[in-house]
Write a protein that binds this ligand. Structure first.
Ligand SMILES: Cc1ncc(COP(=O)(O)O)c(C=O)c1O
Length: 382
């Protein structure tokens, strides 16, 4: 017999790691001011794009001399635009400890055919950052590995006197973790992640040194228009003031502006980090109190406060992958937790999004149900 179902249900069962839960105050009527059916190059469209750029700068504390561009194809577009535009000038080190970082390795080694030094770690672990030569090499890494729940503990391993560039995929970190801008030359993220925005566009943040590289180096390979950040050896400044490369969704822009407003209402970046930390703590405490479930991230200092990945650690489990899927399915069927199965390339388990748009009270209501689903499944497989 399975245990009794808990009495309390989460008000919002959305714990997906992307697209993530909308801000708690969201409803579609909040997007009524969208500049729909208008040219994105008309003043109204350009002003909204500019507000999205400057709102990003304000909330994330991005220095005034860094460029912020809204680009096509979400975070993937922003990362690949950086790889294709900047790499090839110096030796490259690629760091990967989960699926997305591994994807960037494939891009660089197999597609761009760069003879990069590749450093990888298994899911749950992280590469030895002390071995990375950030002084001389271009280094590509993911701040928070969304599919393993492992993040870099800090940026102390990045030297201030570097000649190479740091290229950082920060899509599940931006708006939930402190990003030290002086250590990051290229930073990317997408709207669909921590602020619960709509998918479509990516954001690329460039340090002055990244701009210098763009203006002084031309890659050996051709660049499609969608990746081009320079023209005639000069940065296309318009991209960084709201004149996007191609047509953006003004509905997605409005939604992002709403999300930025909500971010302000919870205290900006500090408030967002505090919300994510409180959410992650609820899950960490749950793991500490139950010996059948464990954080996939082995070292506490690398534990994500957004994409918290868990594995089952109970000897009675016969087929780990089937078990984890069945638990997630039970929770989904009860409308308690949606989309919490581990990523398809990751070890069997669960992934619970803890970014700031999730309410801690919803996590606290959901976790007893996880115990219920676990026990029900143990009973079912017996
Ligand atoms: C670390 C990381 N990089 C890249 C991506 C791809 O993002 P998008 O689908 O927004 O391009 C994701 C999506 O989950 C991610 O988590």
């Amino acid at each position: 017999m399975a245990t009794q179902q808990p009495a309390v249900r989460p008000a919002n069962p959305r714990f997906s790691s992307g697209p993530c839960a909308k801000p708690p105050t969201f409803d579609v009527t909040k997007l009524a001011d969208a500049a729909l059916g208008r040219s994105h190059r008309a003043a109204i469209g350009k002003d909204k794009l500019k507000a999205a750029i400057e709102g990003t700068r304000e909330i994330l504390g991005i220095p005034a001399d860094y460029r912020i561009g809204i680009v096509p194809a979400s975070d993937t577009g922003a990362v690949e635009m950086a790889l294709w535009s900047l790499l090839g000038a110096r030796k490259v080190e690629m760091l990967a400890w989960e699926s997305f970082g591994a994807g960037w390795v494939t891009d660089v080694v197999k597609q761009l055919k760069i003879d990069a030094e590749v450093k990888t770690a298994d899911y749950g672990d992280i590469v030895d950052l002390a071995t990375v030569d950030t002084k001389n090499n271009d280094v590509v890494f993911t701040w928070n590995g969304t599919t393993s729940g492992v993040r870099v503990p800090n940026a102390d391993w990045i030297t201030d006197d570097r000649v190479g560039l740091t290229i950082c995929d920060a899509t599940s970190a931006a708006f939930a973790m402190d990003l030290p801008w002086d250590k990051l030359d290229v930073t990317t993220f997408s709207w669909q992640k921590v602020l619960g925005g709509e998918a479509a566009h990516g954001v690329i943040v460039l340090s002055p040194r990244a701009v210098e590289r763009l203006e002084s180096y031309t890659p050996a390979w051709p660049l499609p228009k969608i990746f081009r950040l320079t023209k005639g050896g000069k940065l296309i400044e318009g991209i960084f003031t709201g004149a996007t490369i191609n047509t953006p969704s003004m509905l997605a822009v409005e939604d992002y502006l709403f999300a930025l407003d909500w971010a302000r209402s919870v205290g900006g970046l500090k408030g967002l980090i505090a919300r994510a930390d409180a959410n992650a703590k609820a899950v960490f405490d749950f793991c500490d109190g139950n010996d059948w479930i464990t954080n996939l991230a082995e070292d506490e200092t690398t534990r994500s406060n957004t994409s918290v990945c868990l594995k089952f650690s109970d000897d009675r489990i016969q087929d780990g992958a089937a078990f984890a899927k069945a638990v997630a399915k039970r929770l989904e069927a009860e409308n308690i937790a949606l989309d919490i199965g581990a990523y398809r390339d990751a070890p069997a388990g669960l992934r619970i999004w803890c970014g700031g748009t999730v309410e801690t009270s919803d996590l606290q209501a959901m976790l007893p149900w996880l115990t219920w689903a676990f026990e029900a499944e143990i009973t079912a497989q017996a």
